[in-house]
Design a protein around this ligand. Structure first.
Ligand code: CAA
Length: 260
């Protein structure tokens, strides 16, 4: 499939998506969101894929937000539909069967911060900057920043960022739990790939079931979340991976998972 606003590369069992509009600091317009939607459909259906990395083209930005030039003259209905499109794409990323790692290599503002928050794990370069500056433009966030940010960093810190529009450094984002780790810029992608490969060496079905249990469970109360976990734990015993994983441990050899 061909794309104009994103790049999609495969390296073994890992896919790298690069949002590729460096002249607009990789801002997300509707066409770019639709391409991301198609790309994640393609990747989600690929059983040979163990993880996806998403990053931004150039050295300055991951994604500097939704595209302000695209949004400026939208009417209320079009703006609502644009928010729904962005939310649907980010929900698809959040619920992709495989883990998605955000390699945040610069500005991650507004829709860019929201995109990073939809990923399973966020790694950042030292020059990354995070924020939800929508209030500077006279609008609230539209791609679920009001929902994912408080869930990640807590209500008080989220409201401070959402109400002030302040940008924070990668170190501050690490301190408040918005990113998992911070790397010198040149080490960011290699670190993301190493993490993707490490995850890829584990039981693929177990990873998918674990992702589902965390995501679904967080939307339930603890008792129902635990019941769901017990279901997916039981389900894993119907797989060859479970027999291989436990058999290999007892035979003191490395497991060779097949994802079945
Ligand atoms: N949309 C459209 N174009 C953007 C953009 C965006 N979000 N962010 C940057 N650009 C464009 C600039 O207009 C500029 O284009 P020209 O060269 O044609 O003038 C180019 O990218 C480079 O940007 P700057 O010259 O501004 O670069 P800078 O280094 O001086 O500043 C910045 C960098 C601080 C990131 C600044 O560009 C900025 O503040 N960008 C806007 C960030 C923002 O407000 N994001 C939230 C958008 S709203 C949103 O996302 C809503 C939602 O939740 C769905």
């Amino acid at each position: 499939m061909s794309y104009e606003n994103i790049l999609l590369e495969r390296e073994g069992a890992v896919a790298v998506i690069t949002v590729n509009r460096p002249k607009a600091l990789n801002a997300l317009n509707a066409d770019t969101l639709k391409e991301l939607d198609r790309a994640f459909d393609e990747l989600g259906a690929d059983k040979s894929l163990s993880a996806v990395i998403i990053t931004g083209a150039g050295e300055k930005a991951f994604v500097a937000g939704a595209d302000i030039a695209f949004m400026k003259d939208l009417n209320p209905v079009e703006a609502r539909n644009f928010a729904l499109l962005g939310q649907a794409v980010l929900n698809k990323i959040e619920n992709l069967p495989q883990p998605v790692i955000a390699a945040v290599n610069g500005f991650a503002l507004g829709g860019g911060c929201e995109l990073a928050m939809a990923c399973d794990i966020r790694l950042a370069s030292e020059n990354a900057r995070f924020g939800q500056p929508e209030v500077n433009l006279g609008v609230p966030p539209g791609f679920a920043g009001t929902q994912r940010l408080p869930r990640l960093v807590g209500k008080g810190r989220a409201k401070e960022l959402l109400y002030t529009g302040d940008m924070i450094s990668a170190d501050e984002a690490y301190r408040i739990g918005l990113v998992n780790k911070v790397y010198p810029a040149a080490e960011l992608l290699p670190a993301a790939k190493a993490l993707a490969e490490k995850i890829g060496s584990k039981g693929p079905v177990a990873i998918r079931l674990t992702k589902s249990a965390v995501n679904q469970g967080l939307e339930m109360d603890a008792a129902r979340g635990m019941a769901y976990e017990a279901e997916v734990f039981g389900l894993s015993f119907a797989t060859e991976d479970q027999k291989e994983g436990m058999g290999a441990f007892l035979e003191k050899r490395k497991a060779e998972f097949k994802g079945k």
